[in-house]
Design a binder for this molecule. Structure first.
Ligand code: SF4
Length: 192
């Protein structure tokens, strides 16, 4: 079973979204909010290519946009918005960056970033211990330590996701029901 990093992010927001995507794939609403997010991401990549590395507090790094990463071992793949890597010849180290159309950090993005770090570590044979969520409206990069603990949480989440998809088991709604207010699956959940 192969999941995407977006599956992981959505599972962490609400496990039931993963159930809909994998067990009822015909239900895939696309909202104006999602389309706005895609457009903002494309615009941000263009701006990012022109600006300095100051938001990341780095002196030198090569930028790699939209990097595809995949691991059969983890059963996970995804596309990293931006990888900042030390130039050739230096000690192997890189940072993963996600652009988000939001003004504050969501907890579910921490694990998404940790997952990208694990995929990149395996694919590029490089250390990835830090990342950034770039908050587009604030033009600010929020640093995140991508610890071993976070990476273990990614593995645990992936195991639970496999169980939901294989057993077609519909999870309970989230405890924080405010999450349901803006959810694109709102009309399919009759118990929230
Ligand atoms: S409406 Fe609520 S319970 Fe249903 S998928 Fe969305 S967040 Fe989850």
């Amino acid at each position: 079973m192969m999941f995407t990093a977006t599956d992981l992010k959505q599972y962490l927001y609400c496990a039931r979204i993963l159930y809909y995507h994998h067990c009822l794939p015909a239900i895939r609403p696309v909202t104006h909010k999602m389309e706005a997010g895609i457009r903002a991401h494309e615009d941000e990549s263009t701006r990012e290519a022109r600006r300095s590395l100051r938001p990341y507090n780095l002196k030198t790094a090569e930028r790699h946009f939209d990097v595809w990463v995949e691991s059969e071992r983890l059963g996970l793949r995804g596309q990293v918005d931006l990888v900042l890597a030390e130039p050739d010849g230096l000690v192997g180290q890189a940072w993963v960056v996600e652009f988000k159309l939001a003004s504050r950090l969501g907890d579910h993005w921490k694990l998404q970033l940790a997952a990208y770090a694990m995929l990149l570590e395996e694919q590029w044979q490089i250390k990835v211990e830090r990342g950034f969520v770039y908050l587009i409206p604030l033009r600010r990069a929020e640093p995140l330590d991508l610890t071993t603990r976070l990476k273990r949480q990614v593995e645990a989440a992936l195991a639970q996701m496999s169980r939901i998809a294989q057993e077609e088991w519909m999870p309970e709604p989230p405890k924080v029901q405010a999450k349901c207010r803006d959810c694109e699956f709102r009309r399919f959940c009759n118990d929230v």
